[in-house]
Design a protein around this ligand. Sequence first.
Ligand SMILES: [Zn+2]
Length: 416
Amino acid sequence: MSARRLSARWVLPIETPPVERGAVLLGPDGRIAAVGPDAYVPRPAGVPAEDFGSALLLPGLINTHTHLELTGMAGAPPEADFASWIRGVRAAKALLPADRFLVAARQGLADCWAAGVTTVADTGDSGAVAQALAEADGSGVAYQEVFGPHPDQWDESLRGLQRRVESLSPYARGRVRLGVSPHAPYTVSGRLYQATAEWARSEDLPLAVHVAESPAESALLARGSGAFAIAWRGRGIPMPEPLGRSPIQWLDEHGVLSPRTICIHVVQARGLDIGRLANAGAAVAHCPRSNRAHGHGDAPLAALLAARVRVGVGTDSVVSVGELDLLAEARAARALAGLDAGRALGLCTRDAARALGLDAEIGGLRAGKWGDCTVIRLPPDRGVAAPEELALSSSPRDVVATYVGGRDVYRNSRPL
Ligand SMILES: [Zn+2]
């Protein structure tokens, strides 16, 4: 790791106002040593300096929900019936050789860096993303999934999860953290939720849960009806007890919601559920393009933000959305909740860091935080727009360079 100094037409620290003709000094420890107007940021002797001209420099983006082990599996758009779609994804995964997931995870991480994303919160069951992050000195949380819809399976499923987390523990080094993900209310029994949440608490592991995503999930918990209920009955799985719960309420009653929990999707949630999330201090990974692609509807983003629930945006997997484009998610969130550009950018930087409990380390350009940043090419004829608007309107193809902990991890060879 070596120190370097980067400058550009615009520097967006996010936590403080944009700086025209700004610079960032990255220290030899991989953390930010100084940020501000170019004229005031030190130029230590022997430290290489690079000026990105008319480009814009901002903190590395933070994707609060990915499935990088599915990289390369993008194909036809998701089918309308969510229950059969998710069965299809799991069946397709089961046919793949185990080493395929590591290849996918490595490519997925490289794709993230190429799109300016420097930290991921990833759920998967292969363990490949933890390994890919560790071997590349990346930054992220790898949530190990656990499944088990039959209440009698809970102890076997929990033991399996504990073994997997133990075997992945060598990868929990540097900036790689392990977590657990009891997958979703239609694949996990109440008892398994409870047991997993208790164990995660005792081990201080963060949790990620897909919840309140589809109407079929709500129908299963409310009335024991719908596509998931039919599938459960077909497999001899008893209905959730007691019925009449919303998905968020179900998790709350099983001890799953806490400040260490990130709830993914949260579309089928209103009033009381939003209060439950706020009271528990749980965070939300908002995935607007995935929610739309599956026809689940729109999440109550404005109400979540008004209730001061911590929210970051996430892409979900390539199988749901095709290309991962976190700024497109921020634009969709903006349109959904009527946010200004700065607030929308916050959802993939500062607020995403808060949602993951990492805001002391990442999410903004400030001395002491990790030297995670990305440089975006700006079109020459748009000099009049606010820099937040310019950043927000860019695409992964506009990313010029990406740094993780001060390390150059991506460089676009196209000239500026
Ligand atoms: Zn997901």
